[in-house]
Design a protein around this ligand. Structure first.
Ligand SMILES: *Cc1c(COP(=O)(O)O)cnc(C)c1O
Ligand SMILES: [Zn+2]
Length: 413
């Protein structure tokens, strides 16, 4: 069962019942799910979780789904990988990779949010669902809507990576390619949502959907032996994930499931779309929208819905925002792959490159524990590496050719 009790406006604190509502009617700010932590604290021990199956629903009391989850039964509980070789390359002592590149079923952290959104859509009785997306959300929604028996409309910017287009259409979803960037797609999606009684994941289901991101935070704490990391680097698009991992850590402290230690939150973006890190660097919550121009398309949101809250999270934690150029993103992808055998998409390259930059700048303490959030799979953004790796050597099917090409220098050495 869930301990969710109501929705509350993040700005004016007006409360609402647990209905499909897009935003506060008074001030248009996002709505937050509120839980009865006192009752939860009395009813549930963290030890009670140990025997539950390894998926995101082991934290179901802290999610807003009342009954049985409708989809995503295998989603979450991805590996937290100790990464000593990457740590050595970064000059950091205790590094972990939270690897959502292998999340089920579509290889990104968006599977978590969609699992909650569609379970909620089922409870509300929606038969049609939709979203606007920079790619991974489209994949996750299309797959889980197919498994959950929903009709699906998905709105994406027309110039999305082909892997993400195919990885949406294959599930039978209706893909609407819109001439424009994500922010224009999102506005169109919100207008369409108003006309139909559909479950729009990032419109009228948004406050539920975003709660799914908290499970990434619960898992990190549990996988560290119910301990919070001292530092965490998280890639940001709309700024929801970083905000919700912070909410997860605060909840765990409230429940006394972890010691009340401080975690510094470091938000990562591409230089070509950096509205949140730019604000964080200036120390202001004023977000100036940008026109995205980066290979990190999954992070290319120029007008981030949760940008203000992301900046607040970063600044209040004593962390920082930082951004990196496209070449550094590619280098970050390669560094993670070569040291730990994990192939991340461009967003993961952003995380690694930002961590490296912050350590070099002396702004991230390399003696402290550090978790790097890898949120998507490299096979979905192959184009980013096209022409950036050495061409393979072509030989005839002859041993002499092999020896000559690959062993001649070793033989003479
Ligand atoms: C959507 C996405 C993010 C960022 O999520 P927000 O909650 O919008 O900040 C990070 N990484 C990947 C791979 C994503 O698809
Ligand atoms: Zn309000």
């Amino acid at each position: 069962m869930s301990y969710a009790i109501r929705l509350k406006c993040r700005e004016c604190e007006r409360t609402y019942p647990l209905d499909p509502i897009a935003a506060c009617e008074e001030c248009w700010a996002p709505l937050e799910v509120v839980y009865d932590y006192g009752k939860l604290w009395a009813d549930l021990r963290r030890e009670d979780l140990a025997s539950r199956p390894p998926n995101m629903w082991r934290y179901r009391e802290l999610l807003p789904v009342a009954g049985e989850p409708w989809v995503g039964h295998q989603t979450g509980f991805t590996p937290l990988v100790a990464a000593p070789r990457l740590g050595a390359a970064l000059g950091a002592r205790e590094v972990y990779v939270k690897n959502d590149a292998v999340n089920h079923p579509t290889l990104s952290f968006k599977d978590r949010v969609v699992a909650v959104a569609l379970s909620k859509a089922h409870e509300f009785g929606f038969d049609t669902v939709g979203c606007s997306s920079t790619g991974n959300l489209a994949n996750a929604l299309a797959a889980q809507a197919a498994a959950g028996g929903f009709k699906t409309f998905i709105f994406v910017p027309a110039e999305l990576e082909p892997e993400k287009i195919i990885g949406t259409q294959v599930y039978g979803a209706t893909l609407v390619k819109v001439q424009g960037n994500y922010d224009q797609v999102n506005r169109l999606c919100a207008e369409i949502a108003q006309k139909h009684s559909w479950g729009m994941v990032n419109v009228n289901l948004r406050s539920y959907y975003s709660e799914g991101s908290k499970t990434l935070g619960y898992e990190i704490a549990e996988q560290l032996g119910w301990r919070l990391p001292q530092n965490i680097v998280i890639p940001m698009a709309g700024g929801s994930l970083i905000t919700k991992v912070n909410k997860a850590f605060e909840e765990l402290k409230k429940l006394a499931w972890v010691a009340p230690a401080r975690t510094r939150f470091f938000g990562a973006q591409a230089a070509g779309c950096s509205p949140i890190t730019t604000a964080a660097k200036r120390g202001t919550t004023e977000i100036e929208p940008q026109k995205p121009r980066t290979i990190a398309k999954s992070l290319a949101i120029g007008n981030p819905a949760d940008g203000i809250f992301a900046v607040k999270t970063i600044l209040a934690s004593g962390g920082a925002g930082e951004d990196v150029e496209d070449q550094e993103i590619v280098d970050g992808i390669c560094l993670l792959a070569e040291t730990e055998g994990i192939f991340a998409e461009t967003a993961g390259g952003v995380t690694i490159a930002v961590a490296r930059k912050l350590i070099r700048q002396g702004r991230l303490n390399p003696e402290e524990s550090l978790v790097l959030a890898i949120t998507g799979n490299g096979l979905k953004t192959l184009g980013a590496l096209q022409g950036r790796l050495a061409e393979g050597v072509l030989i005839r099917p002859k041993v002499e050719d092999f020896d000559e090409q690959f062993l001649s220098t070793a033989a003479t050495a």
